[in-house]
Design a protein around this ligand. Structure first.
Ligand code: ADP
Ligand code: MG
Length: 701
């Protein structure tokens, strides 16, 4: 149960003064809430200002610098009302102080209101931006107009918040001002020595300081209030991960004793030998699974490093112990492809393999479910469908989750909530910087594939302006005549699947008209069977050029494809470009990646393309990506809508993440059920940051 002390923070924002249904809708949008009911006061309080307006500058009219926000106290001389019917002429009010003259400009100004606010001869204080033109100072729509004797009431330093269309800064500020006093005193969960050493204010003070900045330094990520909130956020995250892990580990893993009966047959059938990275990773996995604790391991390896085979060897080990293994892929295509690859190798060991996705329907589905329930199915490959209610496993011992570069902590929680507790192997493609691994997974065990399979040639990457597309098409013609295979990737058109599709179809049509009919097309709107057919045709060589939208981004494996053309490369993020490029260079032929870009390139676009040209090192690319884009996108949170961080930033607060990680481990060790007084305070923290899913696991025991 949520501590009662938090009730005022968890009441809906619609209960705040000044928040009607319309504003409530805007807040839902602004704060990214799911529904108006789920939009709570605390969510509003986490909405942090990113800058501030300083109105303390009171230079006098003549000394007010162009474009500056200033506060001026002056006497009203006269009003100039626009002529009747000329609504495009503004209403002007003239003022003066000892230094000079100022014109206040109001478009569509209401005469009655202005006469009341700015009576002739009155001394007033106005605040806003100064604009100099032809030696005259003016201020368009001052932010504030008050009587001079009330100047004290002006907010001299004002926070500036991210807004959404239709919500004015003043309205938002009023609502936040109304929400702030609701923040209760709370028991402290941070160790006194840490608050003292780091100079951290209490949680309540931190929220006040967050919304009432006095100085630009208060907006800085390193401001004490922000550091406190960042630490708390990391601590909540690390604690909830630890609690989940503690719970996962409590359910004893069933040890898998590899006999080699299955794996040796597969090994014999392989046309290559494993890299030493692959061997190491397999050894680590087998060791984990042989113990009584459940395995929770992350397998990191750049695209093409051969993760699938490592997973297959792990699956072989549980099958040798009489268990089942699932492999969950993020997309249908990828699931089908894993199925094709794994079937090929597993056939040598005579294993029962099934594929189960949302597309599997009717009779076929029934039969597959039966084979899963009876244990006849030993390896089951699929999408989320694998964990639907209707699927019952005979003896699930290992779940492999192929997440590529998207994390899904939530999926793992769902799995556990279902009461399934197999060993877990999570595969991710882009080598993720350690700080991100920590933040997203906590202290997960990590295996890394650091080398590529032998014989891989480097991919030559070139950038070419779109004006030279014709030349590239010419080169493709001769490459295809030489028996090569190429991908042509069309970009995502912002927020429009329709246009996205059109651009791919159009490109397909122009390429067909210049290169001939044997060109495939694959995009997100196609049905599953159609996609499979297009992929197969390309794999078999019936088509030698495949025009695609980003559906081929993840994991698709056609080892003899050696040319990758990416159209409008400037529209892609680095991680995505790296993933796409990773589709080639998978065999022993030299490969080329052509980045077609439309100039002029912005600074970031330029930086991205240069990095792509410079390096194939996924680790370096991931770090550069982090610098260029911020961690949210890299974590995939922006696409999938899973909650990321509200205040904490991995770039600014990495030191705090380290501390939080250690503190969380210490706290959980001392008080695993969070029952002590400090433990109770910690529960409050978890609710405050909405990391309370983990508390369920405590009660479930
Ligand atoms: P990823 O890590 O991107 O998932 P895959 O598992 O799809 O990579 O492997 C990429 C390609 O490399 C596949 O065609 C796979 O069969 C091949 N491969 C895997 N391991 C080796 C190896 N040790 N030597 C040669 N080729 C390998
Ligand atoms: Mg893969």
């Amino acid at each position: 149960m949520r501590p009662a002390i938090l009730d005022p923070l968890f009441s809906p924002v619609s209960g705040l003064p000044g928040v009607g249904p319309k504003i409530a809708e805007l807040l839902v949008k602004l704060l990214g809430c799911e529904t108006p009911e789920d939009c709570r006061v605390i969510d509003l309080l986490f909405h942090a200002p990113f800058s501030l307006i300083d109105r303390r500058n009171q230079p006098g009219i003549a000394q007010a610098p162009q474009g500056a926000i200033v506060t001026i106290t002056a006497r009203v001389d006269r009003h100039q009302v626009p002529p009747r019917g000329k609504s495009n002429v503004p209403y002007r009010v003239f003022l003066h102080d000892d230094t000079g003259e100022l014109t206040l400009v109001f478009f569509r100004g209401q005469a009655a209101w202005l006469e009341k606010q700015l009576p002739i001869d009155a001394e007033v204080t106005v605040s806003g931006m100064i604009d100099w033109f032809n030696g005259r100072a003016s201020m368009v729509h001052p932010d504030y107009i008050v009587k001079a004797e009330e100047a004290e009431s002006l907010p001299l330093v004002e926070p500036i918040y991210p807004l959404t269309a239709g919500l004015s800064p003043k309205t938002l500020r009023k609502i936040i001002d109304a929400a702030l006093p609701r923040f209760p005193e709370m028991p402290e969960w941070i160790d006194l020595t840490l608050t003292q050493k780091q100079g951290l204010p209490s949680i309540r003070d931190s929220f006040h300081m967050l919304h009432e900045p006095r100085d630009p330094a208060d907006i800085d990520p390193q401001a004490p209030a922000r550091r406190r909130l960042a630490y708390d956020e990391f601590l909540a995250g690390q604690l909830s991960l630890s609690l989940v892990r503690q719970r996962l580990r409590k359910v004893a893993g069933r040890p898998a004793h590899a006999t080699g009966a299955v794996s040796s047959k597969i090994m014999k059938a392989l046309p290559f030998s494993l890299t030493s990275s692959q061997n190491d990773a397999i050894a680590e996995i087998l060791k984990d699974m042989a113990g009584h604790e459940r395995m929770l391991r992350l397998l990191q390896g750049d695209v093409g490093s051969g993760k699938t085979l490592v997973a297959l060897m792990a699956m072989a080990a549980v099958i040798e112990s009489g268990g089942q293994a699932v492999l969950m892929a993020p997309t249908e295509i990828l699931a089908r492809q894993h199925h094709a690859t794994i079937s090929k190798f597993a056939a040598f060991a005579g294993l029962g393999i099934e594929v189960l996705t949302g597309r599997t329907k009717g009779r076929e589905r029934e039969e597959i479910l039966e084979r899963i329930a009876s244990g006849a199915a030993q390896i089951i490959i699929g999408t989320h469908a694998l964990f639907q209610e209707s699927v019952t496993y005979a003896n699930l011992m290992l779940a492999v989750v192929d997440e590529q570069h998207r994390f899904g902590v939530h999926q793992r929680l769902r799995l556990t909530a279902k009461g399934i507790s197999p060993h877990m192997l999570v595969m991710t493609a882009t080598p993720i910087p350690r700080t991100l691994v920590l933040a997203a997974f906590g202290d997960m065990d990590v295996s890394k594939l650091t080398e590529k399979p032998a014989g891989r040639k480097p991919i030559q990457t070139i950038t070419v302006p779109m004006e030279r597309t014709g030349e590239i098409v010419g080169r493709l013609r001769s490459a295809i005549a030489d028996g090569k295979k190429a991908y042509w990737i069309c970009p995502l058109v912002e927020e429009s699947e329709e246009l996205d599709l059109m651009s791919a179809e159009e490109r397909h049509a122009t390429l067909v008209s210049s290169l001939g009919p044997d060109i495939g097309l694959i995009h997100g709107r196609m049905g599953g069977a159609e996609k499979d057919a297009a992929m197969m045709a390309f794999k078999n060589g019936e088509t030698r050029l495949l025009v695609a939208t980003t559906v081929v981004e993840v994991g698709v494996d056609v080892p003899d494809a050696t040319i990758m053309v990416i159209e409008h490369a400037e529209r892609f993020g680095l991680a995505q470009l790296h993933q796409l490029r990773g589709r080639v260079g998978r065999g022993d032929e030299a490969s080329t990646c052509i980045l077609l870009y439309k100039g002029p390139l912005g600074e970031t676009g330029h930086a991205r393309l240069s990095i792509m040209r410079e390096t194939e090192d996924g680790f370096r690319i991931a770090e550069e990506d982090l610098k260029l884009r911020g961690e949210g996108e890299l974590l995939g949170t922006r696409q999938s809508g899973t909650p990321g961080f509200r205040i904490a930033s991995l770039e600014a607060h990495a030191d705090l993440l380290e501390i939080a990680r250690k503190d969380a481990a210490y706290l959980i060790e001392r008080d695993p059920e969070l029952t002590s007084e400090r433990g109770q305070a910690i529960r409050t923290l978890l609710y405050l940051f909405r990391r309370d899913e983990a508390i369920r696991f405590l009660r479930a025991g």
